[in-house]
Design a protein around this ligand. Structure first.
Ligand code: DOR
Ligand code: ZN
Ligand code: ZN
Length: 421
C-alpha cells in the first residue's frame, strides 16, 4: 500500500508533500494512482522515534507485556524502533537468546525490535557474557539494566572487549552498597517522614564518576541510562568537556516531569528505579537535555502486572510505562514552553538514539529516498491521560489523569501504517 502525504511541515519548518512507496519516501509525483491520500495540513512530519531503553517482557513475563503489546504501545507513541532490555527470562546473555528476541520482533513487532545483550552472564555482575559472539550477531548495545555493573574490573573489561566491535555499555548506575535492593525513595525529608528505604542521589553519581574514568582509560563506548541527579549531570558535562571519553547519557520522561512527593500517596505506580527526585535535580536534567549534555530521552518503559505492583511500597516491583507518553511529556516541557524546537526533539528522541545504537536506517530525516519511518504529529491536540486506554498489557501509567498533549496521528514503519488515530 502506498501513501501520498500532503500539507505537513517538517522538523526544520519547511513544507514537503511526499509519497510512501515500497518502504521508502518518494516524491509525491511518483506515487501510484491507487495510493491513499493523507491530508496532513497542520501536522508535523517527524522521523519515527527510536527508544534505546524499552522493557518488553517476552520471553518470561508475558502477562505484563509481550512483543506484540509493547510494540503496539511503541507505535501509538510514535516509535518505529525499540531496543529491548535483556532482563528477560531467560536473560538475553547469549547470541541465541538475542536472535530469539529479534525473531519475536520480526514475527510480532509493530516496530523494529533490537535486542540488547547482557554484560554479564545472568546479569549477576560476576562473569562477562558472550560479548563477542553477541556482537558478531549484530548486537551493539549491552546492559545489565535492572542491575548495576558494579565491579570496576568487569566494567573495565566490558568496555575494552567491546571496543573493536563498536559496542556500547549502557549502565544502570546504582552503587549496590549505597542503594540496595530495598531502596525505593529518594533520600530526603520525604523518605525520612514516610519511613521508606532511602536511595541517595550519590549512589548514582559515584558510579557515573567511576565509569567516565574507565571509559576514558579504556577508550570504550559508554552510555549512562536514566540519569536522575544534578551531580550525574555535572560529571557528564565535565567528562564531555575534557573530550577524552566516548560517553552519552539518557534521561527518562518520568524523571523530567515527576517529583519525589508523588510517592507520599504510597501509590506503587510511582515506584521506579532510580527513584523520582526533587525539583533541583529535575531542573538540572531539563537544562542538560536542552544543552545536549544529556543526549537522549529513553523511556525505560517498564510494564508490571497489578499483582506485582500490589505490595507494600518497598517490595512492589519498580518501573512505569513510558512509550505512549514520552513525546507528550517532551512537548509539554520543552516545545510548548519554547525551550526546544522540533529539530532538537528529533535529535534527542530519534537521530541520537539511532546513532548510539548503531541503527543506520532509523533516525533518518523525512526526505525523498530515505526509509519510510515517520510519525505525523498534531502539535495542538490535548487529552486527559486514561490508563485504561493503552496498548500495553500493564496499567502502571504514572501520567493517568494528567492533561497532556496527545500528538500522534499516524506512525509509519518501513512503509507500513502501524498506528493511526
Ligand atoms: O524501574 C525500573 N524498572 N528500573 C529498572 O532498572 C528495571 C526496570 C524493570 O525492568 O522493571
Ligand atoms: Zn535501569
Ligand atoms: Zn530499564
Amino acid at each position: 500500500m502506498s501513501l501520498v502525504i500532503t500539507g505537513a511541515t517538517l522538523a526544520d519548518g519547511s513544507a514537503l508533500d511526499f509519497a510512501v512507496v515500497d518502504g521508502r519516501i518518494a516524491a509525491a509525483s511518483d506515487a501510484p494512482s491507487d495510493a491513499e491520500r493523507v491530508d496532513a495540513a497542520g501536522l508535523v512530519a517527524l522521523p519515527g522515534l527510536v527508544d534505546l531503553h524499552t522493557h518488553l517482557r517476552e520471553p518470561g513475563k508475558e502477562d505484563a507485556e509481550t512483543v506484540a503489546s509493547g510494540t503496539r504501545a511503541a507505535a501509538r507513541g510514535g516509535y518505529t524502533a525499540v531496543f529491548a532490555m535483556p532482563n528477560l527470562t531467560p536473560a538475553t546473555d547469549t547470541a541465541e537468546a538475542a536472535q530469539y528476541v529479534a525473531e519475536l520482533g520480526r514475527r510480532d513487532g509493530h516496530c523494529e525490535v533490537v535486542p540488547i545483550g547482557a554484560v554479564t552472564k545472568g546479569r549477576d555482575g560476576v562473569e562477562l557474557a558472550e560479548l563477542g559472539l553477541m556482537a558478531e550477531h549484530g548486537v551493539r548495545v549491552f546492559s545489565d539494566d535492572g542491575a548495576c555493573v558494579h565491579d570496576s574490573l568487569i566494567m573495565r573489561r566490558a568496555l575494552t572487549y567491546l571496543k573493536p566491535y563498536d559496542g556500547v555499555v549502557a549502565q544502570h548506575a546504582q552503587d549496590p552498597r549505597l542503594a540496595g535492593p530495598s531502596a525505593c525513595c529518594h533520600e530526603s525529608e520525604v523518605s525520612g517522614r514516610l519511613g521508606l528505604p532511602a536511595w541517595p542521589s550519590v549512589a548514582e553519581s559515584v558510579i557515573i564518576a567511576r565509569d567516565v574514568q574507565l571509559a576514558e582509560f579504556t577508550g570504550g563506548r559508554y552510555h549512562a541510562c536514566h540519569i536522575s541527579t544534578a551531580e550525574s549531570v555535572d560529571i557528564i558535562r565535565w567528562a564531555k568537556k575534557r573530550g577524552k571519553a566516548d560517553i552519552t547519557a539518557e534521561v527518562t520522561p518520568h524523571h523530567l516531569l515527576l517529583d519525589t512527593p508523588h510517592v507520599e500517596s504510597f501509590d506503587t505506580t510511582f515506584k521506579v528505579n532510580p527513584p523520582l527526585r526533587t525539583s533541583e535535580h529535575i531542573e538540572a536534567l531539563r537544562e542538560a537535555l536542552v544543552d545536549g549534555t544529556i543526549d537522549i530521552v529513553g523511556t525505560d518503559h517498564a510494564p508490571h502486572t497489578q499483582e506485582d505492583k500490589d505490595h507494600p511500597f518497598d517490595v512492589a516491583s519498580p518501573g512505569m510505562l513510558g512509550l505512549e507518553a514520552a513525546l507528550a511529556v517532551v512537548m509539554e516541557l520543552f516545545v510548548n514552553t519554547g525551550r526546544m524546537d522540533w529539530a532538537t526533539v528529533v535529535d534527542r528522541m530519534s537521530a541520537a538514539p539511532a546513532r548510539i545504537g548503531r541503527l543506520p536506517h532509523q533516525g533518518r530525516p523525512v526526505a525523498v529516498g530515505e526509509p519510510a519511518n515517520l510519525v505525523l504529529v498534531d502539535p495542538s491536540r490535548r487529552a486527559t491521560v486514561d490508563r485504561s486506554r493503552s496498548a500495553s498489557k500493564s496499567r502502571n501509567n504514572p501520567y493517568h489523569g494528567l492533561d497532556l498533549p496527545d500528538p500522534v496521528q499516524m506512525t509509519v514503519w518501513a512503509g507500513k501504517v502501524t498506528f493511526r488515530r
